[in-house]
Design a binder for this molecule. Structure first.
Ligand SMILES: Nc1ncnc2c1ncn2[C@@H]1O[C@H](COP(=O)(O)OP(=O)(O)OP(=O)(O)O)[C@@H](O)[C@H]1O
Length: 734
């Protein structure tokens, strides 16, 4: 039944896919249990596009959208995959495929299985002691067995003393110990989870254990099941193919989750070690490969390794420069885009003001001179420093011109969003006796803090009641919580038409109002976000209404299948009050990963206030340079000499205490690749001729537009000719 609905909704149509032989191999590889497809791919070789085409292909072979789950690391890259997939399949069908961050999926699993986890979302207002007891209640029992070893006592007390810096170090240098720490129930854990990243890891760690327990209980004949009642939603149990994009950036904790969730399923991973940017955050690209390959080399498993070696993004000059930045002689990329060569532009600046002025003016000049063929969306300004980007954004906003710039964020900051409370309200609408949701909801009421919330929870438990029943029957909180609230809630849950998207949303809003939610939102922007989420939810429900199985009501179906991304943080963060479609993107290099623009400015590192944390490592440079399709401005500061990328030598002593060998590249990790990879004769420096002057960029523009026309980037080829002629004339004049 669900299958029929999936199909109807999708309106399957044939799509023609343009692909290379290697891409075809990925796209059409059979989806089999216990199999791994390892897609190794350089920048712009179509990794994301190919994974999405694979999804389209699989749907054509009868796999249902709900049987595929795609993981990526940040909200930004999740959005990227979503957009690419929607471009291929159309919005409706693409919406049926789960595309999520690992953290978000883990959070959903943990929330479902812990009555108390949801209140910890607003951890800023939580007493560490309460947080600690929550975490204790969360840690699954079978971990206790592991805690009897001799090391444990030591680590337990160790955990209590660790500073966040030390935890970070352990995470990078000793993932095994780090995971042990995550498993403890002791006061040390509250020290650990003070750091956001550790809290996220803790959630993923717990979710992994839950999946593991579920798996083990399914395998155990019968008797063990009672002790391991883990609730795994259908959205996960139905999955046949697990796809992981940006595989190089996942940490050991996340890898465990991926291995657990893909057990017995098809696992397809794609990544590029050379683009690994998260070693500072515990990403273990080399370890991931080392850990995962042997599993799939065993009997009964299948392994396929496919290399994508043709870039569709940039031409030879950018390729050459990027390899230089990476410090390697080898490249996975055998073919680059053929077009008129354009030199990388290197401008030198004395001050940030000088640099900002240049970048801003250059963008405006290029747009003006192109007579409308270039627009802000063709441009990105990148830096590895948030504060520099903030300053650039401020600088541009102060100009008050038509040129709009917008900061985008690739952060994993999904956890703190108050918006996730909306799901709790929906759960209350479904069932007011749902304790976790009731806890979240009452914590919004005036005068009820987390402490009192936990007290109510405990008292309800002692009385053997649900929180709803307890609050109705007990006099104790009558003054704090108006009884009318419960009768109105009861009425709403009775009145809601569970099959009608508008009725669901209207009742949801009512529940939000009952619990004071809109008032708590505070700012106008937050209200706008709330409205936006409600609208998005409404649209999602409308789509689901078409594809959901007819024997289940819409509200229940949504709640057992929702993807947290409908609350996606990146959208919330970037929601502008004057939202514009055509803007210059301003982003950190990390946030820009997986994305591309025609013209990219990489800002210099003029600010030396924080030299100690400086080393702009070669991989970060590499990722920045490979975002540009046509034209790259790699700015440098006059004072930057010693750190200047061309001459920059890594100084071992000057590195952070954790040794990370950035110079290793993909081919070093996988020796077999060395034979296949082409040497690039990169001993000589890349060809930086003197940059085309700051004002004389007409010739450059002519070439640029020519290349863009060749790639069909420009929309109206015929009128384009006029501009080209105009440019040629202007060039001759120069
Ligand atoms: N077979 C192909 N023919 C033409 N263009 C292609 C092909 N495959 C991919 N592309 C184009 O190449 C560009 C880069 O693709 P994509 O963003 O998927 O690369 P990626 O490998 O994921 O990049 P990154 O490594 O930076 O994350 C896109 O514009 C895409 O449309």
């Amino acid at each position: 039944m669900a299958e029929e609905n999936d199909r109807e909704a999708g309106e399957f149509k044939e799509v023609e896919i343009r692909c290379t032989d290697a891409q075809r191999e990925v796209i059409t590889a059979e989806s089999m249990p216990n199999s791994l497809i390892n897609v190794i791919s350089g920048p712009g070789t179509g990794k994301t596009t190919t994974l999405c085409n694979r999804i389209a292909y699989l749907l054509g072979t009868g796999v249902r959208p709900s049987e595929i789950i795609v993981f990526s690391l940040t909200n930004q890259s999740v959005n990227d995959v979503k957009n690419t997939l929607a471009g291929i399949l159309g919005d409706t069908l693409a919406a049926g495929v789960q595309i999520t961050t690992i953290h978000s999926c883990a959070n959903k699993l943990v929330s479902l299985n812990s009555a108390y986890w949801q209140v910890t979302r607003d951890k800023s207002s939580l007493d560490p002691k309460i947080l600690d007891s929550l975490l204790r209640s969360l840690t699954v029992p079978d971990l206790r067995k592991e805690r009897n070893g001799s090391l444990v006592g030591k680590d337990n007390s160790l955990a209590a003393k660790l500073s966040s810096q030390e935890i970070r170090k352990i995470k990078m240098t000793n993932p095994t110990l780090y995971k042990k720490l995550l498993g403890y129930e002791n006061p040390g854990i509250s020290t650990l989870v003070k750091s956001d990243n550790v809290l996220y890891d803790k959630i993923v760690y717990e979710a992994t254990k839950m999946l593991h327990r579920n798996h083990t209980s399914m395998q155990a004949s019968t008797t063990d099941v009672a002790s391991t009642n883990v609730n795994i939603p259908a959205s996960i149990t139905n999955v046949k193919e697990v796809i992981v994009d940006e595989f190089q950036d996942i940490s050991s904790v996340l890898l465990d989750f991926i291995l657990e969730i893909s057990r017995g399923r098809q696992l397809t991973v794609a990544g590029d070690i050379d683009q690994s940017l998260y070693t500072f955050n515990g990403a273990t690209p080399d370890e991931n490969i080392k850990a995962i390959l042997p599993i799939y080399k065993q009997d009964g498993y299948n392994l396929k390794e496919i290399i994508l070696d043709e870039t569709f993004r940039f031409s030879k000059s950018i390729h050459k420069l990027s390899l230089n930045l990476l410090g390697t002689e080898y490249s996975l990329i055998k073919n680059t885009v053929e077009e008129e060569p354009i030199n990388i532009i290197r401008e030198e600046f004395f001050s940030t003001a000088d640099e900002f002025e240049f970048v801003y003016k250059e963008i405006n000049d290029l747009i003006d001179a192109s007579k409308g063929f270039l627009s802000p969306k063709n441009f990105a300004v990148l830096s590895n420093k948030n504060f520099i980007l903030d300053r650039f954004k401020e600088y541009s906003d102060n100009k008050n011109s038509n040129l709009k710039v917008k900061r985008i964020f690739g952060s994993q900051k999904w956890l703190d969003t108050k918006a996730s409370s909306i799901v709790s309200f929906l759960q209350l609408l479904d069932n007011p006796h749902s304790d976790p949701s009731m806890l979240v909801a009452i914590s919004f009421l005036d005068g009820i803090g987390p402490k009192m919330t936990m007290q109510i929870k405990k008292e309800a438990e002692d009385h053997g009641n649900s929180i709803y029943d307890y609050l109705i029957s007990s006099e104790k909180y009558a003054k704090k919580i108006d009884r009318n609230l419960f009768s109105r809630l009861e009425k709403l849950t009775g009145d809601v038409d569970r099959t009608d998207p508008s009725s669901i949303v209207v009742c949801l809003i009512e529940i939000g109002n009952l619990f004071n939610f809109p008032k708590l939102l505070g700012t106008e922007v937050a209200h706008a976000q709330y409205n936006k989420i409600l609208k998005e939810l409404f649209e999602n429900l409308k789509v689901l209404k078409v594809i959901h199985p007819s024997d289940v009501d819409l509200l229940s179906y949504f709640l057992s299948n929702y993807q947290e991304e409908f609350l996606k943080e990146s959208d919330l963060e970037t929601l502008d009050t004057d939202s514009v479609d055509d803007f210059v993107t301003v982003s950190t290099i990390h946030g820009a990963k997986g994305l591309q623009w025609d013209i990219v400015f990489v800002l210099s590192n003029l600010d030396f206030s924080n030299l100690a944390s400086f080393p702009l490592n070669s991989r970060t440079n590499y990722v920045a340079a490979t975002r540009a399709r046509q034209l790259l401005y790699l700015n440098k500061a006059v004072t930057e000499k010693m750190l200047y990328v061309d001459t920059y030598k890594r100084d071992e002593a000057d590195q952070s205490t954790v040794k990370v060998n950035y110079r290793k590249t993909m081919v070093d990790y996988i020796p077999e690749l060395k034979l296949k990879a082409l040497p690039n004769n990169l001993k000589e420096l890349p060809e930086y001729e003197m940059p085309i002057g700051r004002t004389k960029n007409m010739e450059l523009l002519g070439r640029l537009l020519g290349n863009m026309a060749k790639r069909n980037v420009l929309p109206v080829p015929s009128s384009m000719m006029g501009v080209m002629t105009h440019l040629k004339k202007s060039c001759r004049k120069l």
